[in-house]
Design a protein around this ligand. Sequence first.
Ligand SMILES: [Zn+2]
Length: 181
Amino acid sequence: MMRLSYFSPKTEVRQSKIHGRGLFAIADIAKDEIVAVKGGRTVDRKTLREKITPRLGPVEIQIDDDLFIAPATDEERELSMLYSNHSCDANLGIRGEITFVAMREIRAGEELTHDWATTDNDDYSVECKCGAPNCRKTVTGKDWQRPELQKRYAGYFSAYLARKIAGGLSFRAKRGTSQSG
Ligand SMILES: [Zn+2]
């Protein structure tokens, strides 16, 4: 069967020190180069929680408040998984909603990771053991709201989160104007 997701030929899936299998660079990757594109079914949160997560685990990428891309069967899982682990010091960001790009120059051998803060708007809170020097220790589905992460990942948030962040900024700016005037 054909893959549902796309991988750059400069990548390879192998054992990760962060968690299970991971995605690795096998050649140098330039800043903003496409590393992977997530494919699968487009499903709402209810379908994801009731029909997919219980059988397949965490296999999705969030693309809007109530929309996700995910595989629906065991066979699709293998064809859809990107194996990009979460890291609090990620080297991949998001272009649009499903395209993973390099946020900086990446060297051959580096594990390719993304920060869930750049994709997720959810209500979870989980312990993080990513091992990065700047590890947040606890990662939540609302981390995209943290000002330091909005700064760190500017230009690399999923489009639906970038819209929320921009909206919040203009709201604060307007409020600031009315307060001072
Ligand atoms: Zn971490």
